[in-house]
Design a protein around this ligand. Structure first.
Ligand code: COA
Length: 573
């Protein structure tokens, strides 16, 4: 049922998702009585717990500071220009009108902060997954308060990642377009290469052929490349007065032909709804456009399961039973400030799973990796969690368990906290042991790469070296990858630069110090998220809710009617 880990280009429209609509509605999972992990905090945890808690509080402060910064978009002047002069709604107000509720999963909100070419709040474009008429949809919404919504390289990367999320999880995709096209000073980093600007349009066609619905709302400028997003979407709504679609604007027309023309006459909503046929719905104002869009989504052929009816008392009781035994706030003291401050990962698991229950697999073998089954808000998952170095035995066990979950169609959750340095492979005396270790790691890498079930990765501590690939790092295409704010992402952890440098180097100490300083700066979770190496930084205490949303989102593809019929992209007039 989850055979949909498809790469856009490589597998094109051959989506082997099976249609299960009618059957899915009536299914219920098998009853389970997994053992409870009774792991309360003990006095001997105190020292490590408090050190972690202090570090988590510092990281969380940074999280709040960056969240506030991002919420301000392009700053007060741009906001006034956008709302007062251009009379447009702010991007978050648009989402309020489009989505059922404000409870959406925003992706990579810190992308674009502190980059070498400046601070680009939200990378100039909000992306995420929210419900429209009860259906989870990806949204890609330009924030025109950030340099007119122009596309920086990071904006393009963020849009492509959102399309990837839509494709991998078969989610309808809604584009709110309000963009001045490419950010011209960086054109060489936006235009020519495979995963740059043009890829957005290519993806639109491929997604359409895969029957992943795409709707676009023109609620601002769609200049140059931006013009292809609405014209390639399957259905498009355009807002009178504020929406324009043209390849070159009025200044270009004046320069080329000497003619003076208004943006409205050149490419406004009336022209495109009545003359060119580029758009399908004309809206007098923004609010109307979002109502149209919601109605379009309600025409998509999905059949969601009926809400089950319970009496209130029963629901309340069930909820109480399913919550973990321990407070999610305790995760703040379990989030390791460094590898040396790591407590038993089962303590983390027991604060995430329904009723703190966990059916461990191979509990006595390769104990530096914990594997087993649990439920999260009723979703059965296979958990693979780092609990030390990924030894030979641990990697073999990981490989076995991942294949087991693949066999049973059970989604995988990786809780990643890898060792600070790569496993040693240089010592001659340990050659045999090292090569066995390498082979076991290779086997786990293959198992993870080839598993066709959905995968979610949460980096709860370190993300270093090849072990991070085995624990389903970004390159291994998990459906979602999140970081806790304390996470560190680098080839080796800060303080371990010595393992990267040749031992006979002159001035080795100086080089090592410089490299460690660099690793310290470049390994922070916020540095990673700014560059879109993940889908966002999440607070440890929110992890269970984020996982629930992701698992609900992944499951939705079962309710799409008729996904198998191969076809070409939908073509407009
Ligand atoms: N590249 C770089 N910067 C751009 C830009 C572009 N394509 N388009 C706009 N900007 C910048 C402006 O210089 C301005 O910067 P500032 O805030 O530092 O002064 C900011 O974005 C906002 O632009 P402004 O024109 O003041 O806002 P607006 O709301 O009146 O108009 C646009 C927004 C997008 C409609 C308008 O700027 C425009 O038409 N831009 C050119 C679009 C274009 O020709 N793109 C071709 C790309 S291939």
């Amino acid at each position: 049922m989850y055979r949909c880990t498809i790469r856009l280009a490589e597998q094109h429209w051959k989506c082997p998702v099976r249609c299960m609509s009618a059957v899915a509605k009536r299914r219920r999972s098998l009853p389970s009585a997994f053992p409870v992990l009774e792991l309360p905090l003990q006095p001997f945890h105190q020292h490590v717990y408090e050190a972690n808690l202090r570090n988590s509080n510092t990281c969380n402060k940074k999280f709040v500071e960056l969240s506030e910064k991002v919420r301000k978009g392009g700053g007060q002047n741009s906001i006034e220009r956008h709302t007062k002069r251009n009379r447009k709604l702010l991007v978050r107000d648009r989402l309020r009108l489009l989505l059922d509720d404000e409870d959406f999963l925003e992706l990579s909100p810190f992308a674009g902060l502190n980059l070498p070419y400046g601070d680009i709040p939200s990378a100039g474009c909000l992306t995420g997954i929210g419900r429209i008429c009860g259906l989870w949809c990806v949204f890609i919404a330009n924030d025109a308060t950030v340099k007119g919504g122009t596309a920086y390289p990071i904006t393009v990367k963020k849009q492509l990642r959102a399309q990837d999320v839509a494709t991998q999880n078969r989610l309808p995709c809604v584009y709110l377009v309000d963009s001045g096209g490419a950010f011209l000073p960086l054109q060489s980093e936006i235009f020519p290469d495979k995963n740059q600007g043009g890829r957005t349009f290519y993806n639109e066609a491929i997604m359409s052929a895969m029957k992943i619905p795409q709707v676009s709302v023109v609620c601002g400028s769609c200049t140059a490349g931006g013009a292809y997003i609405p014209t390639m979407a399957e259905e498009t709504v355009m807002v009178h007065r504020i929406g324009t679609i043209f390849l070159g604007g009025p200044p270009l027309v004046k320069a080329a032909t000497g003619e003076e023309v208004t943006p409205e006459d050149l490419g406004g909503a009336k022209l495109h709804a009545e003359v060119s046929g580029c758009v399908d719905h004309f809206a007098w104002e923004e609010k109307e456009a979002y109502t149209y869009t919601r109605n379009i989504i309600s025409t998509l052929n999905f059949q969601l399961p009926e809400e089950e009816e319970h009496d209130e008392e029963k629901t309340r009781k069930r909820k109480a039973e399913e919550e973990p035994l321990y407070s999610s706030e305790e995760l703040l003291g379990l989030a390791p400030r460094s590898y040396n401050y790591t407590l038993d990962v089962k303590m983390v698991i027991s604060r995430l799973t329904d009723g703190s229950r966990f059916q461990e697999f191979k509990a006595r073998y390769g104990t530096t990796l914990i594997t087993g089954f649990a439920k999260i808000h009723g979703h059965l998952v296979g958990i693979v969690a780092s609990n030390g170095e990924l030894s030979y035995q641990a990697a073999l066990k990981g490989s076995h368990f991942v294949q087991l979950c693949d066999q049973r169609d059970v989604p995988l959750l990786f809780l990643q906290n890898t060792a600070p340095t790569p496993a040693p492979t240089r010592s001659v005396s340990k050659a045999e042991m090292n090569s066995n270790h390498l082979k076991a790691q290779g086997s786990m890498l293959s198992a993870v790469a080839c598993a066709s079930v959905p995968k979610i990765t949460v980096v709860i501590g370190g993300c270093h070296g090849a072990d991070s690939y085995a624990m389903c790092g970004r390159a291994f295409e998990p459906n979602f990858l999140f970081l806790w704010p304390n996470a560190r992402v680098s080839m080796v952890a800060p303080g371990h630069a010595g393992s990267l440098l040749p031992s006979d180097a002159e001035q080795q100490q100086q080089q090592e110090d410089d490299m460690n300083k660099r690793l310290e700066e470049e390994s922070s979770a916020f540095f990673s998220s700014a560059r879109l190496w993940d889908d966002g930084v999440i607070l440890p205490q929110d992890t269970r809710k984020v996982l629930r949303d992701c698992l609900d989102i992944i499951k939705q593809q079962q309710y799409q009617i008729s996904t198998e019929k191969g076809q070409s992209a939908l073509l407009r007039v």
